[in-house]
Ligand binder design. Structure first.
Ligand code: NAD
Length: 328
């Protein structure tokens, strides 16, 4: 069997190479994302895999069909750049990797919450300026004395609930779908209760029309002044302007953000400071805010799992079987 992999990062190569050896499959890799200009490189291969954000048009699937290729294994969650119906029309089964390591993202959220809870950014900024003092503004709270409010408890929210619960925190969850398996770790509540009672509010919902800007001025008005907002999910869940106002007005105590609205043009790229949007600059300069460039997923296990799940799916479909990761 021969597979062609597009959009392979240097960090992914060793995992793909190890999988290829273990599965006795020949794999060729390039770093470029799949596009209509390079789809013909897959000629002579049994299957294909890719990731990335560049939109893929129907001609790509038509090219694969011509080469007798029956699948395209996407090595990430998002398939927004794919045309699911067009792929189906050309007999291409698309698979994604819906969950590769929920713990990776959950642990990043908890890490940021602990950093903010203990005011580490404030101490760092003070100490860099020769100020070794502490005062009533930097007094902290132990995590086991906190109430954590989760908004969304699917793969990542559930893992987050388990970690906070193991640390002794009280965990409240708002999710329209009830999961009995989470009962040992959390108490379900409505969104208002979560916002009003939580010391740490952690967002884990998908970006949907119903969740866009769900955390805006009215939500910040409900939150406790000592509360911390953690967003490891999607930037657009939060109204960034309202967040900055809430931080400036001390309506909340801090924010940990692995994702920001409109990040696609910035995160993962090297940019000149002048190009950075003003709201990014304001947030990254606040000592009670942490911004990371959408790297909560970026652990060795997550990379290994996403490579293996996608390539196993490619093999499964080439062998004529079905995959539960099929999206079209
Ligand atoms: P999931 O689909 O497993 O879970 C999402 C949960 O949100 C579901 O339980 C769903 O019922 C709930 N939900 C839907 N609408 C809601 C609403 N209005 N209010 C409250 N809950 C609602 O998703 P997941 O894999 O846990 O991913 C969660 C988020 O994390 C997504 O936004 C995803 O894009 C993001 N993510 C971020 C990273 C990263 O590196 N930062 C990596 C992977 C995923």
């Amino acid at each position: 069997m021969k597979l062609f992999c597009y959009a392979v990062l240097p960090v992914e190569k060793p995992y793909i190479t190890a999988w290829a050896k273990e599965n006795n499959v020949d794999v060729e890799m390039i770093s470029d994302e799949l596009s209509k200009d390079n789809a013909t490189l897959a000629e002579g291969f049994d299957g294909v895999s890719s990731e990335g954000i560049t939109p893929v048009d129907e001609s790509v699937y038509a090219t694969f069909e011509r080469f007798g290729i029956k699948q395209l294994a996407i090595r990430q969650v998002g398939v927004d750049n794919q045309d699911l119906a067009a792929a189906k029309k050309h007999g291409i089964t698309l698979t994604n990797v819906a969950s590769y390591s929920p713990r990776a993202i959950a642990e990043m959220g908890v890490t940021q919450a602990m950093y903010l809870l203990r005011k580490i950014g404030i101490y760092q900024q003070r100490m860099a300026a020769g100020n070794f003092a502490w005062d009533e503004s930097t007094i902290s709270t132990e995590i086991f004395n906190c109430t954590v409010g989760l908004v969304g408890a699917g793969h990542i929210g559930s893992a987050t609930a388990q970690i906070y619960s193991a640390l002794g925190a009280k965990v409240l969850t708002y999710d329209p779908f009830y999961d009995a398996a989470l009962e040992p770790y959390t108490t379900y509540a409505d969104l208002d209760t979560v916002l009003r009672e939580a010391d740490i509010i952690s967002l884990h919902t998908p970006l949907l029309p119903s969740t866009k800007n769900m955390i805006a001025a009215t939500a910040f008005q409900k939150m406790k002044p000592n509360s911390i907002l953690i967003n490891m999910a999607r930037g657009e869940l939060v109204d960034t302007g309202a967040l900055i106002t809430a931080l400036k007005n001390k309506q909340i105590a801090g924010a940990g953000l692995d994702t920001l609205a409109d990040e696609i043009d910035f995160f993962g790229l090297q940019k000149d400071c002048q190009e950075t949007p003003s709201d990014y600059q304001i947030l990254t300069q606040m000592p009670n805010v942490l911004v990371t460039p959408h790297v909560a997923f970026f652990t060795k296990l997550a990379i290994k799992n996403s490579m293996e799940i996608a390539l196993n799916d490619a093999k499964t479909i080439i062998n004529g079987d079905r995959s539960h990761n099929t999206v079209n």
